[in-house]
Design a binder for this molecule. Structure first.
Ligand SMILES: [Zn+2]
Length: 346
C-alpha cells in the first residue's frame, strides 16, 4: 500500500509540474456561407462559419425565454473580416449577427422569425474540404418545421370527463394473434393515442391502466379485475362516459370485422356505441358487424353511458397486421375521438 501511495504522489506531482498545454488552437473567422439543402426529405437552411485552425470549442445556447434566437459561442476565436450583420432571404431566418462578446470569444447569433424547438436545429463541426474550398467550420442547420397536421378541433370534448379502459393487461394478455400480437398491447396503444387526442382537446381523461398491468392486482380474478376498472369510473361521479377498448378473437382465423357494444337498457350507451361504430367503420374500413347489446361486466356495471369496442379480430392474420400498425392505430384512435365528439354534440 505504501508503495502505491508513493507512486500516486509522484504522478500527481509530475502532473502539476507539467506546463499547461494550450489545447485549442486560436481561430480567426474567415469563411461564411448560407445555403438551402435537402437531407432525408427535409428542407434545411445551413449556415457555415469557417475559420483558421481546427478543434473549435463551442457552445450552443437557446434561452427558454428567447427561443427565436440561436447563439453559438466560439471560444478562442476572433471575428476577423467577417461581416458583423448578415441579412438572410430565407423565410425562417431574419439575420445573423457576428459579435465579439469577450476576450477571444465570438458568438454567431441567428435571429429567427419564429421560436425554435430542439428537434429543429443541429450545430456541429466539419473538417476542411479542399475540393469545395471550405475550411474547418462550424455548421448550423435549421430545419424547416413540418406542416402541422390538419386536425379538426373538437370543441364538444372540452371539459368532459372520460374513462378509457384498455382491455386486459398484466397477467392477462387477452387474445393472441397468429403472429404473436397480444390484445393487451394493441388496446393500450390505441387507448394512449385516444387519450392524447382527447386531452389535446381539453377533456379530462382517466385511464384504467397506462402500463402493462392488472388494474386490481397481479393475478387478480376476472371479477376483481373488471370491478376495479368499473370503479375508476363509478367512484368519480363526474365521469361522463366509459369507453372500453378490445380486440375480437375466434377459433376460426377467417372471422373478421369490427363491432361495438352497449348495455341494452342504456339509451345513451346505445348512442355512444352507434356514433363510434360509424366512425370506426369509415376510418378503419373493416367489415362492420354492427352495434350490439351484451352483458359485458364493464358496460353493465358502469353508472355512466358506456361502450365496449371490438376494433377487429386479432386472430385474423390480416386484421392482426392492421392492429399492430401504428398508422392504423392512429386512424382508429382519431375515429373513436370523433365518435366521442359526436356523442357530446349531436
Ligand atoms: Zn378483450
Amino acid at each position: 500500500m505504501r508503495v502505491r501511495a508513493f507512486f500516486c504522489f509522484l504522478l500527481t506531482a509530475l502532473f502539476l509540474l507539467l506546463p499547461k498545454l494550450e489545447v485549442h488552437a486560436s481561430h480567426t473567422l474567415n469563411y461564411f456561407n448560407m445555403s438551402s439543402v435537402e437531407e432525408d426529405g427535409e428542407e434545411i437552411f445551413r449556415i457555415e462559419v469557417g475559420m483558421s485552425g481546427k478543434n473549435l470549442d463551442y457552445e450552443t445556447v437557446v434561452k427558454p425565454y428567447l427561443k427565436s434566437r440561436l447563439v453559438v459561442k466560439m471560444k478562442d476565436t476572433e471575428p476577423g473580416k467577417l461581416d458583423r450583420n448578415i441579412s438572410s432571404k430565407n423565410p425562417m431566418v431574419s439575420k445573423i449577427k457576428v459579435q465579439e462578446v469577450g476576450d477571444r470569444l465570438t458568438q454567431v447569433a441567428v435571429e429567427l422569425n419564429e421560436d425554435l424547438t430542439e428537434d429543429r436545429y443541429r450545430v456541429y463541426t466539419k473538417e476542411r474540404d479542399k475540393k469545395a474550398k471550405k475550411p474547418y467550420r462550424v455548421i448550423i442547420d435549421i430545419k424547416k418545421p413540418k406542416p402541422k397536421k390538419e386536425e379538426a378541433a373538437m370543441p364538444g370534448i372540452k371539459g368532459r370527463a372520460i374513462v378509457i379502459d384498455p382491455g386486459h393487461g398484466g397477467s392477462d394478455s387477452g387474445a393472441v394473434g397468429p403472429s404473436g400480437a397480444r390484445e393487451c398491447d394493441v388496446t393500450l396503444a390505441v387507448s394512449k393515442k385516444l387519450q392524447e387526442i382527447l386531452t389535446a382537446n381539453g377533456a379530462r381523461v382517466r385511464m384504467t391502466r397506462e402500463t402493462d398491468k392488472d388494474v386490481y392486482g397481479w393475478k387478480s380474478t376476472a371479477g376483481q379485475e373488471l370491478r376495479a376498472r368499473v370503479n375508476i369510473g363509478n367512484f368519480a361521479p363526474e365521469t361522463d362516459i366509459f369507453v372500453s377498448v378490445h380486440c375480437n378473437a375466434f377459433t376460426n382465423p377467417a372471422s373478421h370485422g369490427m363491432e361495438t357494444y352497449y348495455y341494452a337498457s342504456s339509451a345513451k350507451g346505445r348512442k355512444l356505441a352507434t356514433v363510434i361504430n360509424e366512425e370506426l367503420a369509415e376510418a378503419g374500413g373493416l367489415y362492420n358487424r354492427g352495434v350490439k347489446t351484451a352483458n359485458f361486466f364493464v358496460i353493465k356495471h358502469s353508472k355512466m353511458p358506456a361502450t365496449l369496442l371490438e376494433l377487429a379480430f386479432i386472430t385474423n392474420p390480416k386484421e392482426e397486421a392492421l392492429l399492430t400498425d401504428e398508422d392504423y392505430q392512429n386512424k382508429l384512435a382519431a375515429a373513436i375521438a370523433k365518435g366521442i365528439e359526436r356523442y357530446f354534440t349531436e
